[in-house]
Design a protein around this ligand. Structure first.
Ligand code: BGC
Length: 799
């Protein structure tokens, strides 16, 4: 069989009529493409043709920093600036659409480093060939896209993935995404999003792991591993981007792009730990946030990016701006001119500029005049070239250009199975008062109600990459398949935008009345959460409220499936007797996953990664609050830190999620009463499944430091384990802690843990603590970094 890579590249070469030398290089490069795992010996060809600097460096046997410095030493300032330039090669909905002839010329001239919103192994292989063979230095391009929860095989949205409370699920989803995206010619994804989101009004909450930094850090590590694999030079790995570095999730009032006016302590202890974890895990790139912290836009925040990330954290990966954000420094009011904005960003060590084109177009004179800018430029260009080197692109620029691989890896049965499994495991049973769930195998006549039940587009969420509606099995499709058409009546009733139509509501009510059980699929559509989708009211959209009230008024047994990208104010849904399953936006396997959970093939065990407020006005509400001098008190006659018109607790707290099984927690043991610097302490407990059903339990460890130099949060997660336990069986779960895990950003400006008591609780949720205890830290210590970024080893033993 002919080598597909060679065939496609050969086609490209002849189509564009290149001379013999170019074709010779192509063929050699193509054989390298076929042998992605064992770089081909092509150095002699570069010597023969001697065409590019990169070729010469490689031919001379240079690798890594030596090769990069060789190339860098031969580049003009304009060319270095070109290496900091990322351009939109298309739009999210029209990939590659901006790659015009002028772009090929820009590539030839070395004026661009990277394109985003592009895809396609063959197409990208074509433009890569121009970069490698027709530009002076032969530096390969980087192709990037927001592959956030799948490329073609779409998994649940990231908030749903976090709800699995299982890092293996997060890693698997990222791995599948990387295999498909790299097959489509991409080297780089703008994921994972690591912003802590304590305010459910914030639209981007859907893109991250929720409110809690320990969970966020664990998910960060897992996703970086999934995207990048163990060896970035492999052709099925892509560079991950830890984004949006800073405090993007802390925008005032939960409003996207807005200022984060937070304390240094909250920044260090809460918002930065997932980034610290990602840096330690080797994330190849970071993206800086659009917003400012206390008036300093992160894109120009030298203290944060240059001094902390580069300096203290020793991060040498590639830092990219967000879309147009360098130019937006002018809107922020910290720069007057384009070149001024560019200088601020470059000096902050933002290496690559996404789309505003200032570095490449406006900064030559400034750089020529400034040794500081020249040094910053050299450092940034070096990091960019090193990223390409780490991907193996100087050795095999066409490793990602194989259309046959692209076709073979897309939407495979394995990938679909993984998406279904993660979707099933992401679902959170909020309540099940009357035991309506699981449904009987033959539930009688089922009315499926709500336009979202058939809304394939919403099921794949806002960052759908190359996900397609036709790949989605919707909830209504899956229920029809499972129960037979004759047993399922589907009435959309109402959508999420247009005012409810009384006639359609009446049809939904009639269907409910004629049914034995109603499955009401309600919530947000995909376009109500995500970037620039902050909402001042996180109740159900108005037409869905009308529908829900009408259906609930029938008095029929109603199971609610909640599709959403954020915690919602559940309004009328949250009533006595309710059964509510949060399905998030579950991905292409939405229908089968929902059906499997509804009918008990899979017992739900997802947990909330962010608290659900009772009403929007209770936002932000999260477990990591500092205690006050007058802690919230249920007794309204006491003056305490609370709203007077609402109970003091959230509707559903972080970590909440029910099961079809029941679990008992017992036999709490500590390996010691004290924890000394340099030592460890193990906390363990027996978890018994006392029910008739096999199921998973998510065992959670929370801690609290009751007396410290500054107030410490009321609850902090410090361990979790999703454990499968058969009916009637017991497993022992053990968490091992180090004293560094109690360090916090102290008044000294260092991370310190104090000597003294630590309280802890183990349970099924932050508001469902079953066992409590305490131990003492014997002596104070100074730690290297934020406590929440540290992982807690967990062991699980059969009893
Ligand atoms: C978002 C980023 C995203 C970028 C490129 C921006 O608007 O904030 O998260 O990676 O666009 O699509």
């Amino acid at each position: 069989m002919q080598n597909p890579c060679r065939a496609s590249l050969g086609k490209l070469a002849s189509a564009s009529g290149f001379g013999k030398a170019a074709i010779a290089i192509l063929l050699i490069a193509a054989s390298g493409c076929a042998l992605a795992d064992s770089p081909a010996p092509r150095a002699d060809v570069f010597v023969e043709t001697g065409t590019t600097t990169a070729g010469e460096a490689t031919a001379n046997g240079l690798r890594g920093t030596e090769r990069v410095d060789f190339i860098l030493g031969r580049m003009a300032i304009e060319e270095k600036l070109g290496q900091l330039n990322q351009m939109a090669g298309g739009r999210q909905i029209a990939l590659n659409s901006r790659i015009t002839d002028a772009e090929y010329d820009r590539v030839r001239a070395g004026g661009v480093c990277s394109y985003l919103h592009v895809a396609g192994a063959e197409f990208l292989g074509g433009i890569q060939r121009v970069a490698v063979e027709e530009s002076r230095h032969g530096i390969p391009l980087l192709f990037a896209m927001d592959v956030v929860h799948g490329y073609r095989t779409i998994f649940p949205v990231p908030l749903g993935i976090a709800a699995t409370f299982d890092t293996a699920d997060a890693e698997r989803a990222a791995r599948v995404a990387a295999v498909e995206a790299s097959g489509a010619g991409l080297h780089w994804t703008f994921a994972p999003m690591l912003d802590i989101a304590r305010d459910a009004r914030w639209g981007c909450i859907v893109e991250g792991a929720g409110e809690e930094p320990f969970l966020g850090s664990a998910m960060a590590r897992a996703q970086v591993r999934g995207y990048q694999g163990a060896d970035l030079t492999r052709a099925d790995t892509i560079i991950a981007t830890a984004k949006h570095f800073g405090a993007y999730g802390a925008g005032t009032g939960g409003c996207d792009y807005d200022s984060a006016d937070i304390s240094e302590r909250t920044l260090m202890d809460v918002y930065l730990p997932p980034f610290h974890a990602a840096a330690e895990e080797g994330a190849g790139s970071f993206m800086v946030a659009f917003n400012d912290i206390g008036g300093v836009p992160t894109t120009a925040n030298k203290a944060l990016v240059h001094d902390l990330l580069r300096g203290k954290w020793d991060y040498d990966g590639l830092v990219v701006s967000d879309w147009n954000a360098v130019l937006e420094l002018v809107n922020h009011g910290v720069a007057e001119t384009r070149a001024g904005a560019g200088a601020l960003a470059l000096l902050a060590s933002v290496d690559m500029e996404m789309t505003s084109g200032i570095y490449a177009a406006d900064m030559l004179a400034a750089v020529e005049a400034s040794p500081a800018l020249q040094a910053a430029l050299d450092a940034s260009a070096r990091r960019v070239l090193m990223a390409k080197d780490r991907l193996g692109l100087f050795d095999d620029p066409y490793a990602y250009s194989d259309p046959a691989r692209e076709a073979a890896v897309m939407l495979t049965p394995d990938h679909r199975a993984a998406a279904r499994r993660v979707a099933e495991r992401s679902m959170v049973l909020l309540r099940n008062d009357a035991g309506l769930l699981p449904l009987k195998p033959e539930p009688g006549k089922v009315a499926v109600i709500g336009a979202l039940a058939g809304d394939a587009r919403s099921m794949i969420g806002s960052w759908k990459a190359q996900g397609r509606e036709e790949d989605v099995i919707t909830v209504v499709d899956a229920l029809r398949t499972r129960l037979g058409e004759a047993h399922v009546v589907y009435e959309p009733g109402a959508g999420t935008r247009d005012p409810a139509d009384p006639a359609a509501i009446a049809r939904a009510v009639a269907a409910a009345e004629a049914a034995d059980v109603v499955i009401l699929v309600t919530g947000e559509d995909y376009n109500l959460s995500g970037e620039a989708r902050s909402r001042s009211d996180i109740g159900l959209p108005a037409p869905q409220q009308v529908l829900a009230k009408a259906v609930l008024a029938t008095g029929k047994p109603v199971v609610t499936i909640l599709m959403t990208g954020r915690p919602l104010d559940l309004g009328p849904l949250d009533r006595e007797g309710a059964a509510i399953l949060v399905a998030w936006f579950p991905g292409i396997e939405a229908g089968p996953a929902v059906a499997n959970v509804l009918f008990g093939d899979v017992a739900p065990a997802g947990r909330l990664p962010a608290s659900f407020p009772r009403r929007t006005g209770q936002s932000p509400i999260f477990i990591g609050h500092y205690p006050t001098g007058r802690p919230a008190n249920e007794d309204l006659s006491k003056d305490s830190a609370r709203y007077m018109d609402i109970p003091i607790t959230p509707a559903y707290a972080f970590g909440h999620g029910l099961s079809y099984a029941a679990f008992e927690y017992d036999n709490l043991q500590l390996s010691a009463e004290t924890l000394a610097p340099g030592g460890t302490l193990t906390i363990s407990a027996d978890i018994t499944n006392t029910s008739q059903a096999d199921a998973d339990e998510v065992v959670q460890l929370y801690v609290r430091d009751p007396v410290a130099q500054v107030a410490r949060p009321q609850q902090e997660l410090r361990g979790f384990a999703r454990v499968s336990i058969e009916a009637g069986k017991t497993k022992r779960v053990a968490f091992t802690l180090r004293p560094e895990q109690f360090a916090y950003f102290a008044p000294s400006g260092q991370f310190e843990a104090d000597a003294g008591r630590i309280d802890f609780g183990i349970g099924a949720g932050s508001a469902d603590i079953r066992l409590t205890g305490q131990f003492r830290i014997t002596a104070p210590l100074i730690a290297d970094g934020p406590a929440a970024a540290l992982a807690t080893p967990v062991s699980i033993m059969e009893e």
